[in-house]
Design a binder for this molecule. Structure first.
Ligand code: ADP
Ligand code: MG
Ligand code: MG
Ligand code: MG
Ligand code: MG
Ligand code: MG
Length: 676
C-alpha cells in the first residue's frame, strides 16, 4: 500500500460523483509528469524489495497460534527505534522502513533507501532483510513472531484466531460472516476501501477455492463452519443463495486476499523506453515465479486444491458490478470488464519492434475519451492504451480535503487509480518533484518463510532483469497464454506437474548466451562490469525486417524445470541466461560462491522436486500430522504446530532438508552476522 493520506473519506455515493474529476485530473497530473520527464535519461539502477509479515502470537497453554492485532503499537515502536538508529549511522540503506498494510496483524518492511547496482549491494540484500526481521522480532512481545507466511491458515475460522478476540458480528465495513471489523488496519483508507468495494459491486465479494479432497473429506463438502442462517447484515443470505459453492472453501471479504503477504521488487530503469522493455520482459515471468514461490495451500482452516494466493486476492477486491462482470446487459455501467482490478496485466507496452501486435491478443477495455486525450497530447498508442485501461476503474477512496489539487505539483489523483490497479507488473512513472526515475515493480511472488529464500528470489529476479535488458532478451508470447499460465500456476503442485507456455528462442538472432561460452551476444573484448549497469545501447534493428512467422510456432509448453534450467541446446533456461550475464561482471570468487548459493536454491526448487515449494512442504506437514483426520480440516492444534515449525525453520533450529539446502543454518548464506 502506498502512502496514507489522512482526512475524511467520502461515502461511496459521493465518491461516485467525483470519479470523473479524479480521473480527469489524474490524467492531467500524469501528463505533467510525462511532459517533464519523458526524456529523462541515464538514471542508474536503483532497486528495492518489499517484504510483508504477519505478526503471530503463540499461546502455548491452549496451543493456539493467533494473529496479533497490535500493528499500530508495533509500528509506532519500530518507527521510533528506526528514527533513533538514523541518528547513529550514515548508512541509509541499513536503516529499514516499516509500513502499515491492510491487515491489522501485518507489517511491511523495505530497505531505508534503495540498493544500487553494485554487487556488494546485491549480495547484502539478505543481511538487510534479516536485520529488518531481527528488529521487528526484538521489539515484539516475547510470544509474538513476525512470520513471512503468504496466508494465515486459520484466518476466518470459527473461534479465536485473533488476539484479542473480536466477533465477526461487528464487521460493519465488509459484512463478512467470518472476519471481524478489527482485522482491518483502522486507518480510514482501509475500512473505506473494504466498504466501497462491497457497495460498488452491489454484494459482498465471493471467493470459492476448490477444497482438497482427501480420503475422509465428506462429499459433497458442504462447509459446516459457515453460519448459513445468520441474519445481521442484508448480505447474510448470499452464502446460502448460491455465493458459497459446494466442494469449495468460501470467503466473503477483502481481508482474505489483502491480508496475504507477498514479496515485491522494484527496479529503476535508465529511461522510459527501457522501463517499458523491462516491463514487457517480466510479464511472461510473472506466472512462472508465482508457481515456483507457491506458499499458500490452506484457507479458512481447510486444505485447498490450490497453492497460491493470486485468485483469492483478485476475488477479494473485485468491485465490478453485475453489468461489468457480464451477468447483465450494460445499462448503468460503461464497460463489460473481463478481470478484477487485481489480476495479471493485459497489455505489452514496449515500442520495440519485437513487440508484435499479435502478442496483445486479448481485448483491452479502455476509456476512449482518455485514450483520445492522451493520443492528442502526443503519446503513442500502447502507452495511451495502458493508461486508458487502468483508468476504466473508479476511485475507491477519496478524502474530501484533497479533491482539489495543484496538478503540476501532485500525482495523488493519478496514483489513486494507478495504485488500486493491483497487477502482476506495475509501471511506475516518476513522482513529481523527486529525483526518482521510471520504475517497474514485479509483484507476483509469494513471500518465503526465510530471508535466505526471499533474498534468493530477489537476487534471481534482479539478475534476470539485467539479463533481459543487456542481452535484449525476447520473452514475448501472446498475453492470452500468459493468462492461461497464471491460471495453471496456482494449482496444487503446479511447479512440478504443470506445463507452461514459454518462448522457445529468447535470444537475439538465435545466438544463445552460454556461461563462459563463445556464442555469447556480449562483446567479449569489453572489460567486465564492476556494477550491474542500467543503460544499454539502443536495441538492434532487424537486418531482414521484422520477423513475420506464425506466432504459434514461437512458443511451446515447458515444465518449470525446463524454463528455469534449460531445454536442449537452443534454450539455456533462465538460469543459463543469468549465468551468461554474470560472466559479463567483474565478481570475486567469494561473491560468485554466494551468488551460486542463491541461484542453486532456485535450480533445486525448479528441478522436479529436489526441493519442495513452501506450499507443498506445508501441505505435507498437515497431511502427516498425527492429529490430521484426512478430512481437509486444519485444526487449531495442527495450525499451532505448523506455525511453531515455520518459526523454527526461520531461526534455523529445525532441519527441513526437503525445503531448504542441507547447510541452511538460519544464518546468512555466507555465514555473516545478522546486524547491518
Ligand atoms: P509501493 O508499496 O508503492 O510498491 P514502497 O515504497 O513500499 O512502494 O516500496 C518500493 C520499493 O522501491 C522499496 O524497496 C524501495 O527501496 C524501492 N525504491 C525506492 N526508490 C527507488 C528508485 N528510485 N528506484 C527503484 N526502487 C526504488
Ligand atoms: Mg505491501
Ligand atoms: Mg510497499
Ligand atoms: Mg504497495
Ligand atoms: Mg509494492
Ligand atoms: Mg522472509
Amino acid at each position: 500500500m502506498g502512502l496514507l493520506s489522512a482526512g475524511t473519506p467520502l461515502s461511496w455515493d459521493d465518491t461516485k460523483k467525483v470519479a470523473d474529476h479524479i480521473r480527469s485530473h489524474g490524467i492531467t497530473q500524469f501528463l505533467h509528469i510525462w511532459d517533464r520527464l519523458k526524456d529523462k535519461n541515464g538514471d542508474e539502477l536503483l532497486w528495492g524489495d518489499e517484504i510483508e509479515y504477519m505478526v503471530v502470537v503463540l499461546d502455548n497453554k491452549t496451543k493456539n497460534a493467533k494473529l496479533s492485532l497490535r500493528q499500530t503499537e508495533i509500528l509506532t515502536k519500530l518507527n521510533s527505534i528506526v528514527n533513533n538508529l538514523s541518528l547513529e549511522t550514515e548508512d541509509s540503506i541499513a536503516i529499514p522502513t516499516f509500513h502499515p498494510e491492510y491487515g491489522r496483524y501485518m507489517l511491511e518492511s523495505t530497505p531505508g533507501s534503495p540498493f544500487t547496482g553494485s554487487i556488494t549491494d546485491l549480495l547484502s540484500v539478505e543481511k538487510n532483510m534479516r536485520y529488518r526481521r531481527t528488529l521487528a522480532r526484538k521489539y515484539l512481545k516475547p510470544n509474538e513472531i513476525p512470520l513471512t507466511l503468504t496466508s494465515f491458515p486459520r484466518l476466518g475460522s470459527p473461534g479465536q484466531f485473533t488476539e484479542p478476540y473480536h466477533d465477526p458480528h461487528g464487521a460493519v465495513s465488509s459484512h463478512s460472516l467470518f472476519l471481524p471489523e478489527q482485522i482491518t488496519n483502522p486507518h480510514a483508507r482501509f475500512p473505506t476501501l473494504t466498504a466501497n468495494i462491497r457497495r460498488r459491486r452491489g454484494s459482498k465479494v465471493a471467493i470459492n477455492l476448490p477444497i482438497f479432497i482427501d480420503e475422509k473429506t465428506p462429499r459433497p463438502f458442504i462447509d459446516p463452519t459457515i453460519p448459513w442462517d445468520r441474519s445481521i447484515y442484508a448480505e447474510d443470505p448470499e452464502a446460502k443463495n448460491g455465493a458459497a459453492l459446494p466442494d469449495h472453501i468460501y470467503m466473503d471479504a477483502m481481508g482474505f486476499g489483502m491480508g496475504c503477504c507477498c514479496l515485491q521488487l522494484t527496479y529503476q530503469a535508465c529511461n522510459v523506453s527501457d522501463a517499458r522493455r523491462l516491463y514487457d520482459g517480466l510479464i511472461p515471468i510473472g506466472p512462472i515465479m508465482l508457481a515456483l514461490t507457491a506458499g499458500s495451500p490452506i484457507w479458512r482452516g481447510f486444505l485447498s486444491d490450490v497453492d497460491c494466493r493470486w485468485n483469492v486476492v483478485a476475488g477479494s477486491v473485485d468491485d465490478r458490478t453485475v453489468e461489468e462482470r457480464g451477468l447483465k446487459p450494460l445499462e448503468h455501467d460503461r464497460f463489460k470488464i473481463p478481470k478484477s482490478r487485481y489480476d495479471s496485466v493485459d497489455l505489452y507496452i514496449s515500442e520495440h519492434w519485437r513487440n508484435r501486435p499479435e502478442y496483445n491478443d486479448q481485448p483491452v477495455v479502455i476509456d476512449p475519451c482518455i485514450y483520445n486525450r492522451l493520443r492528442q497530447h502526443g503519446l503513442d498508442d500502447l502507452l495511451s492504451k495502458h493508461i486508458a485501461h487502468l483508468f476504466i476503474r473508479d476511485p475507491l477512496v477519496v478524502f474530501s480535503e484533497t479533491i482539489d489539487q495543484d496538478d503540476k505539483e501532485s500525482s495523488d489523483h493519478f496514483e489513486n487509480i494507478q495504485s488500486t490497479n493491483w497487477q502482476t507488473l506495475r509501471f511506475k512513472p516518476p513522482p513529481p518533484k523527486s529525483p526518482i526515475g521510471w520504475r517497474v515493480e514485479f509483484r507476483s511472488m509469494e513471500v518465503q518463510m526465510t530471508d535466505y529464500e526471499n533474498a534468493a528470489y530477489a537476487v534471481f529476479i534482479t539478475l534476470l532483469s539485467r539479463a533481459i535488458l543487456s542481452f535484449n532478451l525476447n520473452f514475448y508470447i501472446p498475453i492470452s497464454k500468459v493468462d492461461e499460465n497464471m491460471s495453471r500456476a496456482q494449482g496444487r503442485g503446479a511447479s512440478q506437474s504443470e506445463k507452461f507456455y514459454f518462448r522457445k528462442d529468447v535470444c537475439p538472432g538465435g545466438r544463445s548466451p552460454k556461461s563462459s561460452g563463445s556464442s555469447s551476444p556480449v562483446d567479449e573484448s569489453r572489460p567486465k562490469d564492476r556494477k550491474m549497469r542500467n543503460c544499454f545501447p539502443p536495441p538492434e534493428i532487424p537486418e531482414n525486417g521484422v520477423p513475420q512467422g506464425p506466432v504459434e510456432e514461437e512458443y511451446s509448453e515447458m515444465t518449470i524445470h525446463e524454463i528455469i534450467n534449460g531445454k536442449g541446446d537452443s534454450y539455456p533456461g533462465l538460469l543459463g541466461l543469468i549465468w551468461a550475464y554474470i560472466d559479463t561482471l567483474d565478481v570475486s570468487q567469494q561473491e560468485l560462491s554466494k551468488i551460486h548459493s542463491y541461484l542453486d536454491l532456485i535450480r533445486r526448487r525448479a528441478n522436479a522436486g529436489s526441493l519442495l515449494t513452501p506450499a507443498t512442504w506445508v501441505r505435507n506437514f498437515v497431511r502427516t500430522h498425527p492429529a490430521y483426520a484426512h478430512d481437509s480440516v486444519v485444526t487449531q492444534e495442527i495450525n499451532y504446530d505448523l506455525i511453531v515449525a515455520v518459526d523454527e525453520i526461520e531461526r534455523g533450529v529445525r532441519n527441513v532438508s526437503d525445503l531448504l539446502p542441507e547447510d541452511y543454518t538460519g544464518g546468512e548464506a555466507d555465514g555473516g552476522s545478522t546486524s547491518p
